[in-house]
Design a protein around this ligand. Sequence first.
Ligand SMILES: [Zn+2]
Length: 292
Amino acid sequence: MRLWRAIAMAAAALGVSPAAAGFQCSRVPPAGPSLYWNTRALTYAINRIAYPPLPAQDVYDAVRVSFETWQAPSCSDLSFTLLSLTDDRTAGYNWRVPEDNENLVVWRNGDAADPADAWRHERGSIAVTTTTFNSRTGELLDADIEFNGVWYQFTTCTPPAPGCTVAYDVQNTMTHEIGHFFGLDHPLPTEPDATEATMYSSAPRGETSKRDLAANDIEGLCFIYPAGQPTQQCFPAVPPAGSDPIFSQVGSNPDTGCMCSGDGATAAAPGGALLCLLAVGRRRSGAGRRAR
Ligand SMILES: [Zn+2]
């Protein structure tokens, strides 16, 4: 067992963040249990429209490869299966018909004649992941990833391919968002090598380095979903969890500077968190790009 894992597991047993390992787990805000899927076999669907400036198949392939990247480390057995292309463009959770929910990857491209094509999050977010979870336990119920094709130009090419100038790389962005999809948050900027992580909150134009996982990304994955071992929470629910789940909508991360707006908490609606990748250059502060 590597040292970081021993530290992390001991910390989890105490209900303390395994921050020594460098990764961060997403939590039920503000300081509730950390988020996890109660399955290792996750599925997703891609909206067939994708991003019209690029060949749709190139976009689908970039999404699929991004999921495969997180599926590769042998220390975890979390898996992702592409169910289908879909016409569904609704992010969030249908709590009236739970069986209708699917984990969706969708672009918003700004067709003025199509309200569903509008970008409804912060302009500076390159992409946003909306997760829905049981706020008592942290169990994830749904995760949807939206790409901001309204304000950002996406590419899929890889230099030095002829004519390739990377703008906002689909795979770079997607790989980051998948971390949020299964329960990781951004590493704290003060952590050593935080900027090297796929889960780092910023992504400059032209970046492709988040296509590949850094050590602390893999450590986070394998801490929560260790191969052949029970799923672990960085912050377990404090028993008793209660008999009536309460769901809430959440959407900001003051620790990392991501400022996606939430939908407000209600007792009736399933809960969720919005995690985004923000673009620095487009913010009035002139600061850079961030991802949630
Ligand atoms: Zn992010």
